[in-house]
Design a protein around this ligand. Structure first.
Ligand code: GTP
Ligand code: MG
Length: 442
């Protein structure tokens, strides 16, 4: 269809007309159909608990859901922050809830806390990425996909009564564009009423001045606008957790018992636990899920797709074409691949040349060494040869002298046997010979 046809078609589209129905048709049951479908399908809700070790995260979860989740006490010696998700199947009436509680184990325990927020941010992004990958699949099954995206982050503030720590501000700032943050003051029974009031004001002031966006209970739905507006003014909620049942009057209530009295978890004069439960579970659970999808996940998805080179329209405001974008990206990828290949080939050639030169240099050095050793060896050989010659000469001289002495000795013996009377004279001669002998024999 030509572009002009399309324009004419869209321009001539008739306005919808209102008609009255002659009787009951049945599409007024659509909301019921939706409810029934949702109930059958079940819901998932994922809570991230961020707060320092031992602040009361597990206790609050147990108190909120009125059950006992499996928990492991964290040590204060974690080398870095680690995220520990645990999923539970809960049922209330006929509604199934797949609840995941993610603990930021070891938060605030490191000496250097500069990077404490990073594992939390990475975890949240990883859940978005998993969802995006499922969405991008050709055969996707989002219907039965276990959605692990974090719907709410309960940020546990230590009840110091002073102000927020830098770690709190940095972490909340890093998380606020990725997750709905509900700040809560933990162990609120350890802070007095007047101090708590000032502490809340101080915290809100610090969040605003540092540009930290916390989750605001929505006021656009008339049914809950009023209560949500009132509750927004109570943030951050100061909570107390306990699963211990204490008898107050003639009723058993969940409370913390002290020598001086009892702090009742569900008493609004004692703490904001009921407000938190009301806002988090009974009124705004669906809004938290929706905000996660339409705001935080949408932002992640947009950035990710833009990073991958997708755009809604090109420079000339042409509508987005997946095919063209894919082709362009493919070409870009192939040329990048070629460039990298060429770069690697060049690198390889250079490396081979370098190695060749090194080997040649080594060969030259070895050759020089060999020549030098050869010269040294020849010189040594010559010296040894000379010595051998000298020794031979000395030996033959000695042999000659030895032969002469032996000849003289035999002559002398002969003479003695011939003239026995000239004994004395001969004795003298013999001693003369022996002195010659002792001098000449080395
Ligand atoms: P890790 O998981 O080890 O980081 O601890 P956690 O934050 O889960 O704390 P947990 O719920 O295990 O509670 C730690 C201690 O604090 C326990 O002794 C609780 O009884 C106590 N506690 C929990 N909630 C409160 C509270 O609201 N007030 C007071 N005073 N103590 C609390
Ligand atoms: Mg715990």
């Amino acid at each position: 269809m030509a572009a002009t046809d399309l324009e004419r078609f869209s321009n001539t589209e008739p306005e919808p007309r209102s008609l009255a129905l002659g009787g009951h048709v049945g599409f007024d049951s659509l909301p019921d159909q939706l409810v029934s479908k949702s109930v059958t399908q079940g819901f998932s809700f994922n809570i991230l608990c961020v707060g320092e070790t031992g602040i009361g995260k597990s206790m609050l979860m147990n108190t909120l859901f009125n059950t006992t989740f499996e928990t492991e006490e964290a040590s204060h010696h974690e080398a870095c922050v680690r995220l520990r998700p645990q999923t539970y199947d809960l049922q209330e009436s006929n509604v199934q809830l797949k609840l995941t509680i993610v603990d930021a184990v070891g938060f605030g325990d490191q000496i250097n806390k500069d990077e404490s927020y990073r594992p939390i941010v990475d975890y949240i992004d990883a859940q978005f990425e998993n969802y995006l990958q499922e969405e991008l699949k050709i055969r996707r099954s989002l219907f039965d996909y276990h959605d692990t995206r974090i719907h709410v982050c309960l940020y546990f503030i230590t009840p110091t009564g002073h102000s927020l720590k830098s770690l709190d501000l940095v972490t909340m700032k890093k998380l606020d564009s990725k997750v709905n943050i509900i700040p809560i003051i933990a162990k609120a029974d350890t802070i007095s009423k007047s101090e708590l009031h000032k502490f809340k004001i101080k915290i809100m002031g610090e969040l605003v001045s540092n540009g930290v966006q916390i989750y605001q209970f929505p006021t656009d739905d008339e049914a809950v606008a009023e209560i949500n507006a009132v509750m927004n003014a109570h943030l951050p909620f100061a909570v107390v957790g306990s699963t211990e049942e204490v008898k107050v009057g003639n009723k058993l209530v969940r409370a913390r018992q002290y020598p001086w009295g009892v702090v009742q978890v569900e008493n609004e004069n004692h703490c904001d636990f009921v407000k938190l439960r009301e806002m988090l579970i009974r009124v705004n659970m669906e809004d938290l899920r929706e905000q996660t999808h339409s705001r935080h996940y949408e932002l992640y998805r947009r950035c990710k797709l833009e990073e991958m080179g997708f755009q809604d329209s090109d420079g000339d405001s042409q509508p987005f074409s997946l095919q063209e974008t894919y082709e362009a990206k493919r070409k870009e990828f192939l040329s990048e691949l070629q460039r990298k290949e060429e770069e690697m080939r060049q690198m390889f050639v250079n490396k081979v040349k370098e190695t060749e030169l090194e080997l040649k240099e080594k060969e030259r050095e070895l050759h020089e060494k060999f020549e030098h050793l050869k010269r040294v060896h020849q010189e040594e050989k010559r010296k040894v040869e000379e010595k051998r010659r000298e020794l031979e000469e000395e030996t033959s001289a000695f042999n000659r002298r030895k032969a002469a002495v032996e000849a003289l000795q035999s002559q002398a013996l002969h003479a003695t046997s011939q003239q026995p009377l000239r004994k004395d004279k001969d004795k003298k001669k013999a001693s003369g010979w022996s002195s010659i002998y002792s001098v000449t024999i080395p």
